[in-house]
Design a protein around this ligand. Sequence first.
Ligand SMILES: N[C@@H](Cc1c[nH]c[nH+]1)C(=O)O
Length: 373
Amino acid sequence: MSGLLPEGFHDRLPPAADAATRLESHVLGVARGYGYEQVDPPLAEFADELSARLKAAGGLRDAVRFVDPVSQRTLAIRPDLTAQIGRIAATRMGHHPRPVRLSYAGPVMKLAASELDPLRATRQIGAELIGLDTVAAATEVVRVAIEALRATGVEGIALDFTLPDLVDCLAGDSLTPAQLATLRDRLDAKDAAGVAAIAPRYLPLIEAAGPFDAAIERLRASDAGKALATRLDGLVEIAASIRGQAALTLDPTERHGFEYQSWLGFSLFAKGVRGEIGRGGTYTILHGNGREEAAVGFSLYADPILDAGIGAGARRRLFLPFGTPAGIGAKLREEGWVTVAALEADDTPEAQLCTHVLRDGAPQTIQAGLAAN
Ligand SMILES: N[C@@H](Cc1c[nH]c[nH+]1)C(=O)O
């Protein structure tokens, strides 16, 4: 059925849409347990406001934009919720004591799809801690993310740490901006020869990538000037808090998708799920008066998780034959049943995808085969 929706857009049908709601409430529930309260910003807002909120965010290349006939200003549909949370924290919640803990869930839209990420209209669920980007703050955020994924039934979680601003931090002023840009590009491509041609001292960063402990050791060994020592110590502490709950790797130069994250970034993966299921890290919010504020957070991507069939749960629907008194249905729903009432005499449990049928006043399982969805 091509042409019904633009490429990269999709409908969620039953039972996947119910699963999506359940997943969202599990994640928000775990975040709520850690003190994160939900905010719900609008789908679109002034483009200049959205693009200037996070330091190093690089504009709104990813956003669908249009001129609002009412305000006559350019609006952007959010491609990511983090900047909106930053805006709320910096403005309307600017007077709240720090750190502020906020959670969110909602649709986002991207201007273009990529091969790795073919969906343009997706949903993000996440949490942001505003006011700190310390190891303690990052540890909490990473824990919430992992616990939230586990609560939704995701198994085989893997977390890949990265150090998004590492290259800039090591470069000092020894490289021109143009050289730095090429270097970043070559590091992203893991092009050892290209890196060697610009600055051979960066080669150990490519070689270090891999399982966490070994990668840390290799990085420490190559860090003669101890320029990385604090960052590496921080990573080790964060990693220790989730050990055993996720497979840990470290790719110090990975920058794809980490546009605005600062000293720490991480990507989340799960067994049996294609691509990333979430991402997070530390970043800097810009206040109107030029003040900068540290923050850390994560966003989970519901679509790949749901597409892998995780969190779907089994359907359990009880068919109430035509004429069943309303009071009986009410009592069964109180007991936790999902009831589906026949509204016409010839309706059937099969047509209503029911797993159970009310017979002689009691729910009975329908023979296997019929019950399958
Ligand atoms: N919103 C970011 C992840 C993030 C949340 N907070 C900090 N970083 C993303 O989806 O790429």
